[in-house]
Design a protein around this ligand. Structure first.
Ligand SMILES: O=CCCC(=O)O
Length: 488
């Protein structure tokens, strides 16, 4: 892959300021999901080397936490500047290993960079409190302190932004980190490490390791020196992380699965609602925890919405991410393709109307045709399971009470979308939805200043926004007794 900055394509882990092969030579091939070609081989570290990354983060913590805010912020800002300076290379690396179209990859790199200066600045406001004393003569207060070493476990659907959203908060708060990216998309993580090194990040502050997934997760999460774990991925694995972290009662932030509803009310501008549905469902080829998997449309506009949406879905251009004209990339694995085929077959068998797609794409490999199924029901897998694919299911509703019941009828509670221009409809809906993030008349809602996260099986804690510091700081209370005073 021709890059302006060839060093950004690194096939090595990064520990204690050194680039590492695995001790025993173990490695794994990374594939381009568009054609299954091998991009390169990356090391799979063993337990000893992963533990060494925790050693290095633990050593670096003492000095990093004592740095002045200004020093830490300046270094983080330099890292973000380098990310933006090399955004085109980073987007190419990301698109090649993840499959998303280049325009989306560029958007992700800008999104990834945006968290860093924001947290660097926001760290100035990690205020403690002075507390009016209930003890005669004593002075009471709190301090916000960094927890220590943090393990950041990140997914393949957003290989850059999920690292910086966690790392920026942790590093700005004074913690050190060991990142374990998904083994499908490690190159974006190594490129971020390269730029961290160029920015002058001290050895041990930012480490990137890869290893057999379960062993790597357990080695990091069960190490007593790791005081906080932040994980983005499936609810199934999130529960394992939570169990493993319980052993030492660590802080845990989990950003897990979703099954977002989009409620289209009869008063909505239908062309705009179609665009919202298209963006909310089909970005990242539908492989997004915020994807609108259950599109609920008020009966009077149901058929008209379906007609316009079907036309738009049929118009989506599918192909490899590096071709600027393509809007939908491949799925990540053969397993994802098989699961997609099974969900579509299940829906059709149970009576869903197929209005677009429905088959593997003629390009072959892991490409699937953008698919639209109408009249879906809660008995269908496409409706009740998180579907990480470019397949949309639409269902009619008659009353807002019914729409709320349908929207909330899921174990998940991450994102929800509403299309309506009526304030008396939108406000009550926002309050009644059991979903932690509600977007109205649009899909752009994420970003550095907002608390991203879910309720129910969608997770614990928030990332981004002022809440984004919480997994990485402790509140320390102090009580200073003035000499000679006694509590009575
Ligand atoms: O899939 C997870 C995160 C998506 C986002 O931050 O928009």
């Amino acid at each position: 892959m021709p890059l302006d900055h060839p060093l950004l394509f690194k096939s090595l882990c990064y520990v204690d300021g050194h680039w590492l092969h695995s001790d025993d030579g173990a490695s794994i091939a990374v594939h381009n999901p568009a054609d299954q070609s091998v991009i390169g081989h990356v090391p799979m570290l063993g337990e000893r080397q992963i533990t060494a990354a925790v050693d290095s983060a633990q050593r670096a913590f003492a000095n990093w936490r004592e740095q002045s805010l200004e020093n830490r912020a300046a270094l983080l800002r330099r890292w973000a500047e380098l990310i933006l300076q090399h955004q085109e290379d980073l987007a190419r690396i990301l698109s090649q290993e993840q499959g998303k179209p280049l325009a989306e990859a560029r958007g992700e790199i800008r999104y990834a960079a945006s968290f860093i200066p924001w947290f660097a600045e926001e760290a100035r406001r990690l205020y403690g409190q002075t507390i009016p004393s209930h003890i005669p003569g004593a002075q009471l207060g709190t301090l916000k302190e960094p927890v220590g070493v943090c393990a950041l476990l990140t997914p393949w659907n957003f290989p850059s932004a999920m690292i910086t959203r966690k790392a920026a908060a942790a590093l700005a708060a004074g913690c050190t980190v060991v990142v374990k990216p998904a083994h499908e998309t490690p190159y974006s993580a190594f490129a971020l490490a390269q730029l961290a090194e160029e920015a002058g990040m001290p050895a041990g502050v930012f480490n990137v390791v890869l290893g057999e997934p379960q062993m790597a997760m357990e080695t990091l999460v069960k190490d007593a020196r790791v005081r906080s774990v932040s994980f983005t991925g499936s609810t199934r694995v999130g529960k394992l992380v939570l169990q493993a972290a319980a052993e030492d009662v660590k802080k845990v932030a989990l950003e897990l699965g979703g099954n977002a509803p989009l409620i289209v009310c009869a008063d909505a501008d239908l062309d705009h609602a179609v665009q919202v549905a298209l963006d909310a469902k089909f970005q990242t080829s539908g492989q997004d925890c915020c994807a609108a998997n259950r599109i609920l449309v008020e009966r009077p506009v149901y058929e008209e919405f379906l007609q316009r949406f079907a036309k738009a879905v049929r118009g989506l251009r599918v192909g490899p991410g590096h071709d600027e004209r393509n809007q939908i990339g491949p799925l990540m694995h053969q397993a994802a393709l098989d699961a997609t085929a099974a969900r579509v077959a299940d829906a059709i068998e149970q009576g869903a109307r197929l209005l677009a797609g429905g088959e593997p794409h003629a390009l072959g490999g892991w490409f699937w045709q953008p698919t639209l199924l109408a009249d879906v029901t809660d008995a269908m897998r496409i409706y009740c399971e998180e579907n990480f694919a470019p397949i949309a299911g639409v269902r009619a509703f008659d009353t807002l009470d019914q729409a709320v019941a349908m929207a909330n009828d899921t174990e998940y509670g991450l994102a929800a979308y509403i299309c309506s221009n009526r304030v008396d409809v939108v406000h009550p809906l926002i309050r009644r939805l059991d979903h932690a993030m509600v977007a109205v008349n649009g899909t752009k809602f994420t970003g550095h200043p907002i608390p991203f996260g879910g309720m129910k099986a969608s997770g614990l804690g928030r990332e981004g926004g002022t809440e984004g510091f919480e997994p990485f700081v402790e509140t320390k209370y102090f009580c200073i007794h003035h000499q000679g005073q006694r509590y009575s």
